[in-house]
Design a protein around this ligand. Sequence first.
Ligand code: ADP
Length: 162
Amino acid sequence: MKQRIAVYPGSFDPITYGHMDILFRSLELFDKVIMAVAYNIEKKGLFTVEERKDIIREAVKGNEHVIVDSFEGLLVDYVKKVNSRFVVRGLRAMSDFEYEFQMASMNRNLNKDMDTIFMMTSKDYFFISSRTIKEVASFGGNVDGLVPPVVAKCLKEKFFNT
Ligand code: ADP
């Protein structure tokens, strides 16, 4: 039987429990979900793309339904390359909507066979973003329960060399 594959693209700098919530819920719909870390020329990340991929691998602990990859260039091209036509994105409050709506519409304009599946964030995670996690961690704040343990550890290493 043909496998249903979805691509979950993002910066994941670093991955949070908000992202993982969307990931695990999307695995109820798809056989495989590819976590695709985007190379973004405009956004220089805290972690390199390779580091982000290693962190995601550690966070999903060898779940065979999750594939960790990265891509450069147009998402529509990457999605086609991996024989998929579905993209998963998470929606937090209203703030995500306009940007996500534009992106999904543009992608559909580029490839009419591609569909973006949106999932609403769970109530426990709606306030989490990679940006705020980095901000809190940079001042030594506690991010346990918001990110997987490997992320908390890597943030400490980055900011405090411990
Ligand atoms: P980008 O840089 O492309 O916005 P992110 O890594 O910030 O990528 O996020 C990737 C996707 O995960 C986006 O669809 C974003 O809305 C979603 N997302 C981020 N944080 C959360 C969260 N706390 N709950 C649900 N979805 C989230």
